[in-house]
Design a binder for this molecule. Structure first.
Ligand code: UDP
Length: 165
């Protein structure tokens, strides 16, 4: 369902998308960005970075007690990642639908047209990331882009304090 804001316009959402090291090194970046644009998303910000162990561990802190955690951190630090803020109506759920299920092996069977089916390998090396909720999206956007996100800027507007000398 389409949500509307008080002035009747459609409310847009931001989500965080990432092409993981296997996607970047496997030359899938262009194909993934084409899918992004063809699906109606605007790319608000993008940056290519190399995660270090600390940053990768912090990003996936919710999985720190899982048996796959150390392997996941090793994978996420194995090469550069492309991080993007994507914007459109229903961005969080729509991007999750486009990337497909976590396990790329299963995606190839159940969601053959998904991005993870196209370029992922298994439950770990699944090529792309997408925020799983609006709350995660906000956390992940500020994790990578700080206060540069338009959402964050709008939130800060009303609380700006001016120093008088
Ligand atoms: N992952 C893994 N083994 C698993 C499950 C997940 O290595 O059994 C990795 C995989 O790269 C996944 C990430 O951990 O994308 C985060 O897992 P989550 O369950 O949050 O999946 P996602 O939200 O990425 O679909």
């Amino acid at each position: 369902p389409t949500r509307s804001s008080s002035n009747g316009s459609t409310e847009e959402e931001e989500t965080l998308a990432m092409v993981k090291p296997d996607g970047v090194l496997g030359n899938y970046t262009e194909r993934i960005k084409n899918a992004v644009v063809e699906s109606g998303f605007s790319i608000i910000r993008e940056t290519v970075i190399q995660l270090d162990e600390h940053r990768a561990s912090t990003f996936y802190v919710e999985h720190s007690s899982k048996s796959f955690f150390s392997s996941l951190v090793k994978y996420m630090t194995s090469g550069p990642v492309l991080v993007m803020i994507l914007k459109k109506e229903n961005a969080v759920a729509d991007w999750r639908a486009i990337i497909g299920p976590t396990d790329a092996r299963k995606a190839k069977i159940t969601h053959p047209h998904s991005i993870r089916a196209m370029c992922g390998l298994n439950a770990e090396k699944n090529c792309v990331h997408g925020s799983d909720s609006l709350e995660s999206a906000r956390r992940e956007i500020s994790f990578f882009f700080g206060e540069i996100s338009t959402d964050a800027k709008n939130l800060c507007k009303s609380t700006v304090t001016y120093r008088v000398n």
